[in-house]
Design a protein around this ligand. Structure first.
Ligand SMILES: [Zn+2]
Ligand SMILES: [Zn+2]
Length: 183
């Protein structure tokens, strides 16, 4: 069995050091964050640790969201402009999973509120212009693409987050992690 340290076993931030040489570095494994806009909307983000598969450099990438988080509501009425795109995405995902449930389950197993919910979600989304829906989709895809494009090291190597970590100096896998904070 392959033994060693992986980011998914770590969490938070701290320092990583090698048991076979003098290598030691402060790193982030995974942390949550975000910022509040002037109008009080929250844009969540997270930071994830990566290791370059070529040169072994440890680094961090921040993933931000393109839309402010919206508060729970089943309608778009009264949703602040900044939060509207996020709420539209949520209602779209509710509608999609309802449609999947209703397709996969016989009608006598449907929950009582499903049909009405589907009508309500459909109505909410029909009131949104196709241009707005398209703009939301494009912004979401662009944000995903930007993040994917950021997952490269300065050396040109691919950044990985799911592999067993190795020491950038001696290349051994005898690394130790001390978590000093978590968010
Ligand atoms: Zn590299
Ligand atoms: Zn080492």
């Amino acid at each position: 069995m392959d033994k060693g340290l992986k980011f998914e076993m770590m969490g938070g931030g701290g320092s990583i050091s090698c048991g076979d040489c003098s290598f030691s570095q402060k790193i982030v494994s995974f942390t949550h964050g975000g910022f509040e806009s002037e109008s009080g909307s929250f844009f969540p983000s997270c930071s994830s640790g990566f290791q370059c598969e070529s040169c072994g450099t440890f680094t961090t990438r921040d993933q931000t969201v393109p839309f402010a988080e919206s508060r729970f509501t089943r309608t778009l009425e009264g949703v602040p402009n900044e939060q509207r795109a996020h709420r539209i995405e949520i209602i779209q995902s509710w509608k999609r999973s309802l449609e999947i449930d209703m397709r996969n389950k016989p009608k006598d197993l449907w929950r009582a509120e499903w049909e009405q919910n589907l009508i309500d979600y459909t109505k909410e989304l029909e009131a949104v212009s196709p241009e707005e829906l398209q703009a939301i989709k494009e912004k979401r895809e662009e944000s995903k693409k930007d993040y994917a494009a950021s997952l490269f090291c300065n050396c040109g190597g691919v950044l990985r987050t799911n592999k067993i970590l190795f020491c950038p100096l001696c290349k051994n896998k005898n690394l130790k992690y001390d978590m000093t904070f978590i968010t």
